[in-house]
Design a protein around this ligand. Structure first.
Ligand SMILES: O=P(O)(O)OC[C@H]1O[C@H](O)[C@H](O)[C@@H](O)[C@@H]1O
Length: 295
């Protein structure tokens, strides 16, 4: 594999290499973290602060091929989330080429800006658009997605920053702030449900109508992943469980026991007026669980 160095200084190095089928990967090594991004799909694949296990999960059986979505990291689901008419799941942003526009490598962070633009990309969503992602990798992670409507008419979209979080096991993982929050259940097809989950073992496929800060507490690895979103009205919680995972060719054996998806989503159509834009954001941080156990 031949690497091209894009930028290097005292704080780190950013290189690029080509995987199968012409898919370009950016690899980041910084004094505070390591990370990688695929320019196909504009998809974060990995982020690992120093002294931490990787924060995002990536399948060993991901397919790196135009026309397919990469399984893991943070696929960008846009301009629709989930199923839509006869189009495939989750829109086309995760299956088109993005371009690197800017890199900054400073003592405290690596900031990358990349974008993609088009018109008539899909008959299901033919409008003119530009997407810009700005990502900061450091001890924390910030991702901003700006959606620009380049047409005169208003457009509608749904979306998700579909993060696959790497956990010791969904069995050891809980997300307390989702307890007793109204959710629509895509497994039972019942809406407006409420319950308390003691873990994240699948099959789970839920749309929670809530925007509060979430903490994914992992008692196996004794760490908590905190996720905050801006301009995202729902959280989607997904783990396929064994049976569905076994039917998915791009999830490695028992891969469903290694991740929990918690997606900063807009599952109801939002409107962007002509020539206007909207920015969605998520931030992720990791900390050790506090060892204080209630008596
Ligand atoms: O297989 P994909 O198209 O990547 O979708 C994977 C999953 O994404 C979301 O979490 C949806 O809520 C699920 O219904 C879907 O199965």
């Amino acid at each position: 594999m031949s690497y091209i160095t894009l930028l290097t200084n005292d704080f780190g190095k950013i290189s690029q290499y080509q995987k199968a089928n012409g898919i370009d990967i950016l690899e980041i090594k910084h004094r505070l973290c390591a990370a990688s991004i695929s320019l196909y799909g504009g998809q974060v694949l990995n982020w690992q602060p120093v002294d931490q296990l990787p924060v995002f999960w990536l399948s060993d059986r991901s397919i790196y091929q135009p026309g397919k979505a990469i399984r893991g990291g943070i696929p960008i689901c846009w301009p629709w989330f989930g199923a839509y008419k006869d189009a495939g799941n989750h829109g086309f942003a995760r299956q088109i080429q993005w371009h690197l526009d800017d890199i900054k490598l400073t003592e405290n962070e690596v900031v990358l800006v990349f974008s993609t633009a088009g018109e008539n990309v899909s008959p299901f969503w033919p409008h003119a658009f530009k997407l810009v992602q700005k990502i900061s990798f450091s001890t924390d992670f910030t991702q901003q997605l700006t959606i620009e409507n380049l047409s005169v008419q208003s457009v509608k979209f749904t979306s998700a920053l579909h993060s696959y979080f790497n956990v010791s096991s969904p069995k050891n993982t809980s997300i307390q702030a989702l307890n007793n929050v109204l959710f629509d259940d895509k497994v039972s097809l019942l809406n407006d449900q409420k319950d308390t989950l003691t873990n994240c073992v699948g099959p789970l496929d839920r749309i929670y109508h809530n925007q509060s800060v979430q903490q994914i507490k992992d008692i196996g690895w004794q760490r908590t992943i905190e996720v905050k979103s801006t301009q995202c009205e729902q959280w989607v919680l997904w783990n396929p469980g064994r049976k569905i995972a076994e039917s998915m060719t791009d999830i490695h054996k028992e891969g469903e026991n290694e991740f929990v998806c918690l997606e900063a989503a807009n599952t109801k159509w939002l409107t962007i007026a002509g020539h206007e834009s909207i920015t969605l954001e998520q931030t992720v941080s990791v900390s050790a669980n506090s060892n204080v156990t209630p008596r």
